[in-house]
Ligand binder design. Sequence first.
Ligand code: SAH
Length: 353
Amino acid sequence: MEILHDYLEEEIKNLIEEYGEKSFRAGQIYRGIHSGKKISQITDISKDLRKKLLERFVDNPVEIIEVRKSKIDGTEKFLFRLFDGNVIEGVLMKYKYGNTQCVSTQVGCRMGCAFCASGIGGLVRNLTSGEILGQITAVNAYLGGNTEKRAVTNVVLMGSGEPLDNYDNVVKFIRNLSSPKGLNVSPRNVSLSTCGLVPQMKKLSNENLDVNLTVSLHNPFDERRKNLMPIAKKYTVKEILDACNEYFKKTKRRYIFEYSLVKGENDTKECAEELIRLLKGRPCHVNLIRLNEVKEKNLEATADKDAYRFLGLLERGGLSATVRRQIGVDIDGACGQLRRNYLEKENTEEGLF
Ligand code: SAH
């Protein structure tokens, strides 16, 4: 079966013509699915056309199966089921200026970062562009929104998976998301986070897409970065910085470095000094993240007071930096944690553990 959310409006138009229907039907279908309706719920098209579509396309590619709401800050965590039974997760964060949804781009991940729960079982498969979009249309509708009245205003590609390891689907997703007939979320309100896949970062510079680029750095020294991120064996920090530079030249958009503080690993004075040496004067911002300790991983978070001490060093060194507010700590907020717990529960019930 195919996924209709994978199609751009133009592509739906072509399909509709193949079916011998009037082309304005394409707009109704496009608006319907982007508003979060199942194909079977698009009642402004004929029953016959719905039936034809359902012979080829899944009715609902991304279904919300669990919602958890943080009692502390209202953050909501969603568990979604895909048409093949795979399960992914996403988060909705509420800010004064709007609602930001964090989406997954892959089932699992093959990057194997030492602190991250998403990579524990490796990569299962890429999500299609429509399955990435479907997470947003589902949550937008869950919040009472549609294509006219958007409840999701900002999107971050920071859930499970490495977006640039699923390049074509991610780029198509961003184009579809920003369509004025769909949810009309501007790429300027989309942040793409990568562990630093240099060739794809360069390719992205040339897409004419003004997405915000975020890079997970986590250590300024190549040798030590390898302890946390296997991808550091492939690309150096210098290569990453050059790619960021190129991205800025093309898009004029400031880039962001993510830096999850791990006790004794990357929170030393030496690390701060090297970050300052490398980043001072660049059009960038450093986001310091408190490590979300994952039970399968043996890494300890830097204490809050030490995180602020590290922040002070960066600021005094002339960098723009912040310690990111911790959200959703009571709902398995970290990448891959909720899916992991769900899979474990399922497996235990089946007696595998
Ligand atoms: N693959 C992409 C996007 C995924 S994660 C990337 O690597 O950027 C978004 C951010 O959360 C990344 O910076 C990632 O390194 C970080 N992260 C993952 N697990 C974490 C954890 N347990 N605690 C703190 N940060 C974590």
